[in-house]
Ligand binder design. Structure first.
Ligand SMILES: C=C1C[C@]23C[C@H]1CC[C@H]2[C@@]12CCC[C@@](C)(C(=O)O1)[C@H]2[C@@H]3C(=O)O
Ligand SMILES: O=C(O)CCC(=O)C(=O)O
Ligand SMILES: [Fe+2]
Length: 346
């Protein structure tokens, strides 16, 4: 019985070629293995009106809660300013992330994710679902990064670990605040709301560091392939480089431009289920560019593994059958985009 998030991911071992990234520092042209066919959506450039931009919400705004509700319904994502996370905490972690990915490949490979593992260095977990490789390196953290950091920096891992712990603590406070607001919007009872903050209830947390090196042929490459996040929601910091896009019905791929000291929040599959489809979970992807390395820090937050997921608010029939977080993770690991459909139970 899996009790930690990393154990929950162990059931679906990957092949090494789905884990080891290309040594991007040594390639000068785009290999065929990394060349993606361009789709209609990419060639078409939609004109975006004001209503077609992902909302930026000020957490100190008296209407913040209502605006978050609307953004989750219309977009499944929003940007958040005045979020209360000290700028220094984010900057420090971005610097550590750059220091990590700048290491020689051989050093990073010391913390390579194992076939049945969930943490450490390597390609995105969704890689096996796509025929081409992504222009991307990742580093996944669940709980303490100590074991993986020690493999990379045998003697001076303390700085990295402290900065990660600090970031994680700060993110958790923000995540609990957002959970409370979102549950209030959904009209969830005081009793049910407590899981996010109660002391004997351990939420699932994970951090993914993403690195998208400059790419010689960015138009034919893919940084991170389209996916939805498995979380309740994800809080993302992107370095000041474009690339993130969200798919919006009727508008196509909409860019999420970075703004200083602004975090992106993605509604995840779990919130989509709990809200009985009232809140969207946005399909998103990352494009690369030829001039700048891009980095992002994603914090995934969700209910405990044994938490029974079933729509919490019902104005109509439930769209999903009841299943635990752990069961949902298992279905997603084998079906990716099909997981939500399978979970409807019909
Ligand atoms: C807690 C999580 C959430 C994971 C799996 C696990 C650790 C790494 C996360 C990501 C990060 C990159 C995109 C994604 C789609 C991927 O490939 O790995 C995410 C996935 C998910 O949201 O399902
Ligand atoms: O790099 C980004 O901006 C997005 C990363 C992402 O979607 C993820 O880690 O799940
Ligand atoms: Fe994502």
């Amino acid at each position: 019985m899996a009790t930690t998030l990393s154990e929950a991911y162990r059931d679906n071992p990957l092949h090494l070629h789905h884990i080891i990234p290309l040594d991007f520092s040594s390639v000068r042209t785009l290999p065929d293995s990394h060349a993606w066919p361009q789709s209609e959506d990419d060639v078409h450039h939609h004109h975006l009106g004001v209503g077609s931009r992902i909302p930026i919400i000020d957490l100190m705004d008296p209407n913040a809660m209502e605006l978050i509700g609307l953004a989750c319904e219309k977009w499944g994502a929003f940007q958040l300013k005045n979020h209360g996370i000290p700028l220094r905490v984010i900057e420090e972690f971005e610097e550590e992330t750059k220091r990590l990915f700048a290491l020689p490949t051989a050093r990073k490979m010391k913390a390579l994710r194992s076939a049945a593992g969930a943490t450490g260095y390597g390609r995105a977990r969704i890689s096996p679902f796509f025929p081409k490789h992504m222009w991307h390196e990742g580093f996944t953290i669940m709980g303490s990064p100590f074991d993986d950091a020690k493999k990379i920096w045998p003697n001076d891992h303390a700085q990295f670990c402290n900065i990660v712990d600090n970031y994680q603590k700060q993110m958790k406070v923000l995540a609990e605040k957002l959970t409370y607001m979102i549950f209030t919007i959904l009209g969830i009872s005081e009793e049910q709301k407590k899981w996010g903050s109660s002391t004997n209830y351990n939420p699932c947390e994970a951090i993914q560091l993403n690195f998208y090196p400059c790419c010689p042929e960015p138009n034919r490459a893919m940084g991170l392939a389209p996916h939805t996040d498995t979380s309740l929601f994800t809080i993302l910091h992107q370095s000041q480089t474009n690339g993130l896009q969200i798919f919006k019905q009727g508008a196509g791929w909409v860019p999420v431009h970075p703004h200083p000291n602004t975090l992106v929040v993605h509604t995840g599959d779990i919130l989509h289920i709990l809200s009985n489809k009232r809140f969207l979970c946005a399909l998103h992807r990352v494009m690369v560019n030829s001039a700048t390395n891009r980095y992002s820090l994603a914090y995934f937050y969700g209910p405990p593994l044994d938490y029974l997921l079933s729509p919490l608010v019902l104005h109509s029939l439930p769209c999903f059958r009841a299943l635990t977080v752990k069961e949902y993770i298992g279905i997603k690991d084998k079906n990716l985009g099909g997981a939500l459909t399978i979970s409807t139970g019909d």
